[in-house]
Design a protein around this ligand. Structure first.
Ligand SMILES: [Mg+2]
Length: 342
């Protein structure tokens, strides 16, 4: 839903602007706060340990349609998206609390399945869901808050990228956006194919890169962010937080192979556009000193079987530039998902 907003409404303001306005209102030193609003997660001092805090809200009709998502998948994803934000700090998730807003017509069995999905994701990450709250709502709202831990002074924020650092990304990109395109126009042909099922699974059952985030932190990552709203927009956010620009080699962006099969079967499919602009891949973008890339890639492959692609470099200045196979540099618009479409 990308409604044009009235002046003075959040719709006309835009999500990033609203987030920075809120962050300013909450800014200033507070006891025990190591990192306040504006990153993937907050960092707080817990005695001799560092706590990680993050939250995410999924709203029916905006983030999902009740008719097109299995409730178990919804619960699973609601937890995993938070785990991914903890991963993007180099942390380990520990506990979750869950708020549910429910229209009165929702069946109890549907809610039970949502909770089963939350539980399944929590079990996969050795986490516990320890509480929450229920309320009546006009549409289904699933709000999950996750806490985690990171070794003191080892958290990786968005703000440390330096000119000369290399830009890397885990895994492959665009699969969730491909799945979203398929789920929007359900095609029996696509769902019957291995590539179609793979793309839909990427959409409904994302994986958070927790071990990979910790490994990248150990390898000397200077900045990190997860891909929630699209490579171009999330890399732009990392660059803005670090006060740098980036040159992205578009030919090196790792496309999910299933997108290439989708492009053959579904006219108008642009795998690179899906990888750059589609969100919800929950891969990690990191910046590393040039000399650290090969070692980090080797460790990710060895420990998790996860590929690490070098896709560009950090430069002085601001903004993103894309370089295609022709070697020509073009400004890359940070287009991605904006909840308010401003
Ligand atoms: Mg994030």
């Amino acid at each position: 839903v990308r409604a044009k907003g009235e002046p003075g409404s959040v719709g006309g303001f835009g999500e990033d602007r609203l987030v920075s306005t809120i962050a300013r209102l909450l800014s200033g030193p507070r006891p025990g706060v190591l990192l306040g609003p504006g990153d993937d997660a907050a960092l707080v001092s817990l005695g001799d340990r560092t706590g990680v805090l993050t939250t995410d809200v999924l709203v029916e009709g905006v983030d999902f349609e009740r008719s097109s998502v299995a409730p178990r998948d919804l619960g699973y994803k609601a937890l995993v998206v938070n785990v991914s934000d903890v991963a993007a700090m180099g942390g380990s998730p520990r506990y979750a609390v869950v708020g549910l807003g429910l229209p009165p017509d929702v069946e109890v069995g549907w809610v039970v399945e949502v909770v089963a999905g939350l539980r399944e994701a929590a079990d996969e990450h050795a986490m516990s869901v320890v509480g929450g709250d229920l309320s009546r709502a006009g549409e289904v709202v699933v709000s999950v808050t996750v806490t985690g831990e990171v070794a003191p002074n080892r958290a990786v924020t968005r703000a440390g990228a330096r000119p000369g650092d290399r830009v890397v990304v885990t895994g492959t990109l665009g699969a969730a956006a491909g799945g979203l395109a398929l789920s929007g126009a359900p095609s029996r042909d696509a769902v019957g194919t291995a590539w179609g099922r793979h793309l839909l699974r990427a959409l409904f059952r994302p994986e958070a890169r927790v071990g990979e985030g910790q490994t990248l932190a150990q390898a000397g990552a200077t900045a990190m962010i997860d891909v929630s709203d699209g490579l171009a927009v999330d890399l732009s956010r990392l660059c803005a937080a670090s006060g740098v620009g980036a040159v992205l080699r578009t030919a090196d962006v790792p496309l999910d192979p299933a997108l290439l099969e989708m492009a053959e079967a579904v006219p108008g499919t642009d795998p690179l556009a899906l990888a750059l602009g589609g969100g919800e891949d929950f891969e990690l973008i990191a910046t590393l000193p040039a000399g650290a890339v090969a070692g980090a890639a080797g460790r990710l492959r060895e420990r998790f079987g996860t590929p690490l692609a070098e896709i560009g470099r950090i430069v002085p200045g601001a903004g993103l530039v894309g370089v295609g196979a022709d070697g020509v540099e073009r400004p890359l618009e940070p287009r991605g998902w904006d909840h308010f479409g401003g």
